[in-house]
Design a protein around this ligand. Structure first.
Ligand code: APR
Ligand code: PHB
Length: 389
């Protein structure tokens, strides 16, 4: 087989890139390790920056997002029994859209399949070969049969545990990592959200987040120990702990119910440099991970896709390689700002095992300054709604 761009990974990054390139007449093949159903079964955040929303509209897959997504003009912060709001419209005139990643991934799959896009599932033994030459190829196995795709370029959209990042020689690549000493225990419940906007809460017992998927599907998180497992937490224990970590007036309104999903995610910051090696380009989680505190995972994938998509279009339409040549530097510049913001939000809102009394006073002062200072709120709002591409 031959294609112009071989995309490894059928998550949001790979599917969005495939759809955008298709609309420009650029041929792609998407290789996905799992099944469509498995990919869609992943429960992930969906706070979409303006840039992502515009890419989804450009890709022609925004109809359900625009219909069912929640437009949020602000978000709430809480500490002790205090609450304050960051007004996105006041500071940036830009909202975010809350629309589950599962749904936007479904929309992308539907769009690719509507035009018979080449999506190959259950691939094994994927190998990216000769990426540092002008004739790269990708080999893989399906149902025990070996296949080869010759291509012009390879987009590594295969997430943190994929093969793409490992294809770049360790002598070329440099990894940066920070592992946080706690995780997030998250549940989904078929209950109405406790608030029409998200609530990020810092409490003596640890962090909590009140979020949502739709008017009758809520998403809640509490900071937990890395030694915890979901089975350690009954629904009742979760709800009791969540109520201890949010203001009393909010806890009094909380509608609890059985969890339909319960999982623990570790928190880590990770970036690999460079994000290009020859004709291989890394996008999304393949190149970087953020703690979920700033809701940047999906949105940093989007800006990578934006840069790579435009670089490839300029190459194929104008024989101009500048977009591809600048890809890694441009993507990393924005990624590190998102890493910084996610790291800062995580430090602002969580309890750390080694925190001293002084550290807690500084954290409290940070929250009080954010609560009282317009410039601090503007800085948070600009980062949260998304810095420019
Ligand atoms: N071959 C083919 N596909 C692979 C391989 C491989 N060797 N390894 C992994 N994959 C697939 C995974 O099964 C997954 O469907 O690549 C896809 C990568 O998708 P994501 O992990 O969702 O990464 P990305 O598309 O960059 O989306 C980033 O997802 O993890 C969240 O928080 C993150 O919201 C962000 C978004
Ligand atoms: C979520 O709804 O899952 C969510 C929202 C915002 C975050 C993290 C997760 O910062």
């Amino acid at each position: 087989m031959r294609t112009q761009v071989c995309i490894i990974g059928g998550g949001p990054s790979g599917l969005l890139l495939s759809q955008l390139l298709h609309l420009k007449g650029i041929d792609t093949i998407v290789l996905e390790r799992k099944t469509r159903e498995y990919v869609l079964g992943r429960v992930r955040a969906g706070v979409l920056e303006k840039g992502f929303v515009e890419l989804m509209r450009e890709a022609g897959v925004a109809e359900r997002m625009d219909k069912d997504g929640f437009v949020h003009d602000g978000t709430l912060f809480a500490y002790d029994d205090q609450q304050f709001r960051i007004d996105f419209t006041k500071h940036t005139n830009t909202p975010v859209i809350v629309y589950g990643q599962t749904e936007l991934t479904r929309d992308l799959y539907d769009a690719r399949e509507a035009v018979d896009g080449k999506l190959i599932f259950n691939v094994e033994n994927v190998s990216i070969n000769d990426a540092d030459t002008n004739t790269p190829n990708v080999t893989y196995r399906v149902d025990g049969v070996e296949h080869r795709i010759d291509c012009d370029y390879v987009a590594g959209c295969d997430g943190f545990h994929g093969v793409s990042r490992q294809t770049i020689p360790s002598s070329v690549r440099r990894d940066y990592e920070k592992v946080f000493p706690f995780g997030w225990l998250g549940i989904l419940s078929e209950t109405p959200p406790v608030s029409h906007e998200l609530i990020y809460s810092n409490s003596d017992n640890g962090f909590a987040l009140c979020s949502m998927r739709n008017a009758n599907l809520s998403r809640y998180y509490i900071q937990c120990s890395l030694s915890d497992s979901p089975d350690d937490w009954t629904d009742e224990a979760f709800w009791d702990e969540l109520k201890r970590r949010i203001p009393e007036e909010v806890a009094d309104k909380l509608v609890t119910g059985p969890s339909i999903e319960k999982s623990i995610a570790p928190l880590r910051s990770f970036v690999t440099e460079p994000m290009r090696w020859g004709r291989l380009f890394l996008c999304g989680d393949a190149a970087h991970i953020v703690p979920p505190t700033g809701a940047k995972g999906l949105n940093t994938a989007a800006s990578d896709i934006h840069y790579l998509y435009h670089g490839l279009v300029h190459l194929y339409q104008d024989n101009d390689t500048s977009g591809l040549d600048n890809y890694s530097q441009k993507a990393l510049s924005r990624i590190w700002k998102a890493e910084r913001f996610s790291w800062w939000m995580t430090n602002l809102l969580h309890r750390f095992p080694e925190q001293s009394a002084f550290d807690l006073k500084i954290q409290r002062a940070d929250l009080e300054f954010l609560q009282s200072n317009d410039a601090a709120q503007k800085a948070l709002a600009e980062n949260y709604v998304g810095l420019p591409y």
